[in-house]
Design a protein around this ligand. Structure first.
Ligand SMILES: O=C(O)CCC(=O)C(=O)O
Ligand SMILES: [Mn+2]
Length: 225
């Protein structure tokens, strides 16, 4: 797993800076191979702090957040977060027995999608929005490897609000025993591509000390059946 860190200010040069290494704990940071096999790109300052504040408050208010329940080992639980699914017509999202019907795109999400598409050169037809109300909300280990996302999905993840740790570990434990952690900052963009969903799991662990909410947006491209 190689993580390329790019500052938005230096985007033209695409040169990773050592400043950002402070944000990464336990991550492989191999300058030699940065350009040959990059699965993750992290841009800490993709959206300026002021703008990110605006997006956070508007999305918290405008998204019709749902509390869904899932069945685990025969027992029904509230998901430990709120969420909503926005996508082009007919693109439902299904996982763990849940089926989310697409909501029509809202202006702010269209705007953010355009920024992400412009930066990445990839197209996205859907976004999963998650609201972690505080550090008790979380997301368990998983990979976004559903067949409708294709062989090597490109997922663009924007974080707004409280900084939360994001964990990654290889699906085959012997490949890499260690869990890598990235602190997902207010206004940051994490771009996951290559084999990052095929070979790796990720999660957002609980953090009891976090009292503030966080919104995460993962832009995705669903392949129509
Ligand atoms: O909240 C995050 O940063 C991760 C969200 C995620 O992994 C997902 O929505 O699939
Ligand atoms: Mn995910």
């Amino acid at each position: 797993m190689l993580i390329r860190v790019v500052r938005a200010q230096g985007r033209a040069a695409l040169v990773p800076t050592t400043v950002s290494v402070k944000l990464l704990r336990g991550a492989t940071f191999d300058q030699e191979n940065l350009l040959s096999d990059t699965h993750l790109q992290f841009i800490p300052d993709f959206i300026s702090a002021d703008e990110a504040d605006g997006y956070f408050h508007a999305l918290q208010a405008d998204i019709d957040w749902r509390q869904d329940r899932i069945k685990l080992f025969g027992k029904v639980h509230n998901l430990p977060r709120l969420h909503q699914w926005y996508a082009d017509d007919g693109l439902a999202y299904q996982w763990s027995g849940l089926k989310l019907q697409p909501q029509p795109w809202i202006r702010l999400l269209v705007e953010l999608r355009a920024r992400v598409e412009q930066h990445t050169g990839h197209r996205f037809n859907s976004v999963l929005a998650n609201l972690y109300r505080d550090g008790n909300d979380s997301m368990g280990w998983h990979a976004d490897d559903e067949p409708e996302l294709g062989e090597s999905p490109v997922i663009a993840s924007i974080s707004l609000g409280a900084t939360r740790d994001f964990h990654l570990r290889h699906k085959v434990r012997t490949q890499s025993a260690s869990t890598r952690t990235i602190a997902l900052l207010h206004g940051s963009l994490l771009l996951m591509s290559g084999s990052s969903q095929r070979d790796w799991l990720h999660s957002l662990p609980k953090r009891k000390r976090v009292t503030e909410p966080r919104i995460n947006l993962t832009f995705r491209q669903i392949i129509r059946a």
